[in-house]
Design a protein around this ligand. Structure first.
Ligand SMILES: Nc1ncnc2c1ncn2[C@@H]1O[C@H](COP(=O)(O)OP(=O)(O)OP(=O)(O)O)[C@@H](O)[C@H]1O
Ligand SMILES: CC(=O)C(=O)O
Ligand SMILES: [K+]
Ligand SMILES: [Mg+2]
Length: 578
């Protein structure tokens, strides 16, 4: 592992001893389209200290939570938070119609400004993802802090996910060019020689030292899973000459996959560590900045997830960070179940997955992973190319809408935008397509009463957790049979809320927790509306307080039928809101 690790061009500390030093900041990685975010961030705070009145027509309109009408409510509400976008949705449509599928947006140059981030939050972004493959440290810091500021000042609860670069083989950055076109029959050179200056025409830098050793004449080279294809014709020391067989656009830092006789070549590159030296430094950075999730690229086994989880718990005392395993390699598929069990959530990273296995296998594998995650009670994100054409165009293709619908129908916890929100022309429109398609399919599901035949296996290990699980399974059944308006769950660590989410009940789940970080993490899970509430030990008191706070803000009404659960008491109650 150590030798392989060193052959990637990100030199740094070893995983067991990551040093806090910062990597140099390559200027070519700075975002191009919207320029410097930090400048915008600095200007945004002054106008937010007063709380405007609630907006009566809140769809898509910012409604600060503290807009509650009376002083008394404001004082009581100090111990109570709900996401401003959710509150708007609840008031407009009633809570039965809230969106259950969660939305993750990759932030990039098109969306890193404070105004663009706020527009995404208003549009329903539950999690903001930053990809450590792109952008520099200051840029990432600016985005993470801007999201935090948005949460603090405007009442959102957007979680932040940091996605590691991983030891993937990728091209360099094209010497600053935004793209390069490879034409049919052209000969290009892929070289491990690095160069600080821009490279001559048709020479592409590759970040992995073993590249020339791994390839053979006759191999196929896939750029970004097939955006362009080359055939290896000759090796000359560190240079590999290739002929373009499928013309296409080469983007900076595009991934490279080597294919031989119909399958992916995994030679020395199979030995590369899942978490590279640079990744460990990025993870330290993520811990320091208090991100909510770390997504690990190209996970091969459960071991690395376990290692990372103990690393994080040793380093980040108190604050817990969820570890998401990205399924995007053949090895991950071989060890799927143990990886899911070890992690706090899964991403079906269809981009790279589709470069490692035949494309026609991706849909069935997605379905299998989504199902397995539900069985094992782990949130699952379906990612990549959901609305790819919206990078360029303001409307999606019919095929894309069908793909999004299918992921919602499979009842994945979350859908993710990549390039659509990071560097596309229509980030907000793309998000609104995800939102409206999700709402439509979810409603269809409820109206048709298509309760799936999925028999949930037992998943909890301790006896106490088993009790919670039985309570949740029963509560979800009761909720559907009685047609209740909502299930309330009072939860310390979020586990009971996740067990309820797993049942995918017809009604929404109001999850109350006293922890801000638990609340943000619950934002990734299907059907949960996370609230922060400083709870007392007295359940009766909690309930009465919740009812009056929710009523004061127009989020429930007298007579609404509710099932209330508590993980502390392991209780279940059915009642009408007084
Ligand atoms: N911080 C950023 N700065 C500049 N461009 C970005 C940034 N984040 C994303 N992008 C652009 O958006 C595209 C899609 O983003 P995405 O995060 O899905 O990356 P990716 O490179 O396809 O890799 P991965 O497999 O890690 O998801 C990228 O290829 C890149 O062009
Ligand atoms: C999201 C990601 O990493 C992929 O699709 O490859
Ligand atoms: K990544
Ligand atoms: Mg990937």
């Amino acid at each position: 592992m150590a030798t392989a690790a060193r052959s990637l061009h990100h030199q740094g500390p070893t995983p067991s001893n990551p040093s806090p030093h910062r990597l140099p900041v390559p200027s070519h990685l700075r975002p191009q389209r919207h320029g410097c975010c930090s400048r915008r961030l600095a200007a945004s705070s002054s106008d937010l200290t007063s709380f405007p009145e609630p907006d009566p027509a809140p769809n898509g309109v910012h409604v600060p939570w503290a807009a509650a009408s009376s002083v008394a409510t404001a004082a009581a509400a100090a111990a109570f938070d709900v996401d401003a976008a959710t509150e708007a949705e609840l008031r407009e449509n009633g809570f039965r119609s809230t969106r259950r599928t969660k939305l993750v947006c990759t932030v990039g140059p098109a969306t890193c400004g404070a105004a663009e981030l706020e527009a995404l939050a208003v549009g329903g972004m539950n999690v903001a993802r930053v990809n450590m493959c792109h952008g520099d440290r200051e840029w990432h810091r600016g985005v993470i802090r801007a999201v935090r500021r948005l949460n603090d000042e405007k009442g959102f609860a957007v979680a932040v996910m940091m996605d590691t670069e991983g030891s993937e083989i990728h091209m360099g950055d094209l010497g600053g060019a935004s793209s390069a076109k490879a034409e049919d029959g052209e000969v290009w050179t892929f070289s491990v020689r690095s160069s600080d200056t821009s490279l001559p025409d048709r020479i592409i830098h590759v970040n992995y030292d073993g590249f020339a050793e791994d390839v053979k004449a006759g191999d196929e080279l896939f750029v970004d899973g097939g955006m362009a294809r080359f055939e290896v014709i000759e090796k000359l020391g560190p240079d590999v000459k290739c002929r373009c067989t499928d013309p296409g656009l080469l983007l900076p830092r595009a991934n490279l996959t080597i294919w031989r006789d119909g399958s992916v070549v995994r030679e020395r590159n199979a030995m590369l560590p899942t978490i590279s030296s640079k990744d460990w430094i990025d993870i330290d950075f993520g811990i320091a900045e208090g991100v909510d999730f770390v997504a690990i690229s190209f996970v091969k086994s459960a071991e690395v997830i376990n290692h990372l989880k103990s690393y994080i718990s040793a380093r980040s005392r108190g604050s817990d960070i969820g570890v998401i395993a990205k399924i995007e390699s053949i090895d991950a598929l071989k060890n799927l179940e143990e990886i899911i069990r070890a992690s706090d959530g899964i991403m079906v990273a269809r981009g790279d997955l589709g470069a490692q296995i035949p494309l026609e296998q991706v849909p069935s594998i997605q379905k299998k992973i989504v199902r397995m995650c539900r069985q094992l009670n782990k949130p699952v994100i379906v990612a990549s190319q959901l609305l790819e054409s919206m990078i360029e165009y303001p409307t999606p293709t019919r095929a894309e809408v069908a793909d999004v619908s299918e992921a919602v129908r499979q009842r994945a916890d979350a859908l993710m935008l990549s390039g659509e929100s990071a560097m596309g022309r229509y980030p907000e429109k793309a998000l609104s397509v995800l939102r409206s398609v999700s709402l439509r399919i979810e409603r269809w599901w409820r109206e048709e009463k298509r309760h799936e035949a999925l028999e949930l296996q037992d998943v909890s290990s301790s006896f106490s957790d088993k009790i919670s699980e039985q309570i949740c399974n029963s509560a979800a059944k009761m909720a559907n049979n009685l047609g209740v308006d909502a299930v309330f769950v009072y939860t310390k660590d979020g586990y009971m809320a996740s067990l309820l989410s797993r049942c995918r009940p017809d009604c929404p789940i109001f999850a109350f927790t006293s922890s801000m970080s638990v609340r943000r993490r619950l934002n990734l899970q299907w059907g949960l509306i996370p609230f922060r509430l400083s709870e007392s030990d007295d359940m009766e008191n909690n309930l009465n307080r919740t009812f009056s706070l929710l009523k004061a803000r127009g989020m429930v009404q007298s007579g609404d039928l509710v099932i209330a659960l508590s993980d502390m008491l392991q209780s279940i109650q059915v009642m009408n809101v007084p």
